[in-house]
Each structure stands twice: as structure tokens, then as C-alpha cells.
Ligand binder design. Structure first.
Ligand code: PAF
Length: 281
């Protein structure tokens, strides 16, 4: 496995693979890799001849009061995980390699990026779309892999690929959870012991919502009220949103119908965590 911070090196390597007729998968990450990322890399390894993992904490997707400076980083551990998972190349650029001092071109999306996380993080998806578009142009993969934990991000990227006619297959992969239910996230590392326990309220709310829908409940208010009330019982939790939307358009739903995304963002102390479930009804 190779590691490089240079765009030109990635291009050279991918060109060589292409010359040999090999297919290429890309797993975009911000590093501090965990089992969730590993499952994406392993899937990419199973479905492609060669796999590139990008490991880049993308500054332009963080708001001014967000955790860019403290976002966890551990490139040595990331290298080990990528190696174990069977990746071929890690692209680990400096911010200056990705963004010239006079960088001024952004990919901006309406609607799909405006609800849910877009309400409290109004510049987030512009940063995500811009960096993912750049990564797509650098690596030119056949397939790119994203986790369903960031369900809105997945919907946004699928829409960008459709709207901009990018010839890349987007593969969404299931949420990976800790044994006790907490969705794996690099930000879980911010939680104190007490907060780690309190954070279980997110997955409990997900399981409750899922259960209600499996039993036939379709009214969004009823399902969301039950989930909110469960979360509100946890003193360390503060709801940002709990909503039911169409999983592709991110339009709010009054009744569950079609591919339904029920998603939440909840502060546990100062850490903002997200979780969700998707059900076809
Ligand atoms: O999901 C992430 O880790 C990031 O948003 C992504 C897709 C790597 C873009 O920086």
C-alpha cells in the first residue's frame, strides 16, 4: 500500500491502473478511521481491482464555530486500518494541495442540502460537494463508497452525480454500530464516560421509530413525538432535529410513504451526533 499527499502522484498511479484495464474504487474519508470506514473499504476492495482511500479533514465543510481545529487525526492508525482492509493507495493531502490561496469555485446545491443538517450547518454541504467533486476528478473512480450514517450527505452526493452527469456509481453502505447500538463515528471520541452512556439515547430512539413503523404506524407526528419524548428523558441530550423526510429529495413527510428517512441530530453535551434509519413502505 502506498501513501501520497500529491494530486499528480494519484493521477499517475490511477492512469497506470487504467492502462492495465483495472477498475478503481474510492472511499472518501476525513481519517480517524473506525470499523464503519473499514466496512466501506472492504466493500470497495471486494468490488474493484484497486482501491484509493482519501484521508483529508476538509476545512471548507466546517462552519466557523465548529470543530475543525480539534477534529481527531491519527494517520499512523489510519494506515494500519487501510492496510488491513486491503486498500492500495491513501491520498492524504495538505489543505494547500487541495485549495490554492485564491481558490474560488464551489459546488452549491439547493433543496436537498437545505433541510436537516443544512439548517444548522448552512455551508456544510457546499464544502462536502466541492471536495467530493474534486476527489472524483482527481481519482476518476468507477465507484465511490459512502456510509448511510450520513444519509443526507449520501442523498446530496447522489444528486450531485446525477445533476453534473458524473460517470461514477455511488454505493451506499449500512450504518455500523457498537455492540450497545451507538452508531460508529469519529466524533464519539469527544464523549466523556457519562456522555457515552447518554449517547445511547440516539440509537434507542432509532430502534423505537423503526419498531413503530414495522408495527404499521405511518403518521410522522406520532412516530417523531415518541422518538423525541424518549430523547428528552436524557438530561445530557439536546435535540437539534428529529425529522421524517423522503430519503432522496429530503422533503419533509407528514406520512411515511416510499423510501423514508427518519433522521436526527442530537447534542450530547457539546458533541453533536447524528443517527437515522431508512425504511421502504
Ligand atoms: O463523510 C465524510 O467523512 C466527509 O464528509 C467526506 C465525504 C469525506 C468529505 O470530506
Amino acid at each position: 500500500m502506498e501513501i501520497t499527499g500529491a494530486i499528480e502522484e494519484v493521477r499517475k498511479q490511477v492512469k497506470e491502473w487504467r492502462r492495465q484495464g483495472l477498475s478503481v474504487g474510492l472511499v472518501p474519508t476525513m481519517g480517524y478511521l473506525h470499523e464503519g470506514h473499514k466496512s466501506l473499504i472492504e466493500r470497495a476492495v471486494a468490488e474493484n481491482d484497486r482501491v484509493v482511500v482519501s484521508d483529508f479533514v476538509n476545512p471548507i465543510q466546517f462552519g466557523i464555530n465548529e470543530d475543525l481545529a480539534t477534529y481527531p487525526r491519527d494517520i499512523e492508525a489510519d494506515k494500519r486500518l487501510c492496510e488491513q482492509a486491503g486498500a492500495d493507495l491513501i491520498f492524504h493531502p495538505e489543505a494547500a494541495e487541495m485549495y490554492a490561496p485564491d481558490f474560488s469555485t464551489y459546488v452549491e446545491m439547493q433543496k436537498v442540502s437545505e433541510g436537516l443538517c443544512g439548517k444548522t450547518r448552512p455551508t456544510h454541504f457546499r464544502g462536502v460537494c466541492t471536495v467530493v467533486c474534486k476527489l472524483f476528478h482527481i481519482v476518476m473512480p468507477d465507484r465511490a463508497y459512502f456510509g448511510q450514517k450520513d444519509a443526507q450527505q449520501l442523498a446530496v452526493i447522489r444528486r450531485m452525480v446525477r445533476d453534473l452527469d458524473l460517470d461514477i456509481q455511488i454505493v451506499g453502505c449500512p450504518i455500523i454500530r457498537e455492540e450497545d447500538g451507538l452508531a460508529k463515528s469519529s466524533r464519539n471520541t469527544y464523549l466523556s464516560r457519562e456522555e457515552r452512556k447518554a449517547a445511547l439515547v440516539l440509537s434507542r430512539a432509532v430502534f423505537l421509530g423503526e419498531d413503530l413503523m414495522k408495527k404499521g404506524e405511518r403518521d410522522a407526528d406520532t412516530i417523531l413525538a415518541a422518538m423525541r419524548s424518549l430523547i428528552e428523558q436524557e438530561p445530557l441530550a439536546k435535540i437539534d432535529y428529529v425529522e421524517m423526510v423522503d430519503a432522496d429529495s429530503i422533503e419533509p413527510l407528514a406520512r411515511a410513504r416510499g423510501r423514508v428517512l427518519t433522521a436526527m441530530a442530537v447534542y450530547i453535551g457539546t458533541t453533536r451526533l447524528i443517527d437515522n434509519f431508512i425504511m421502504e413502505v
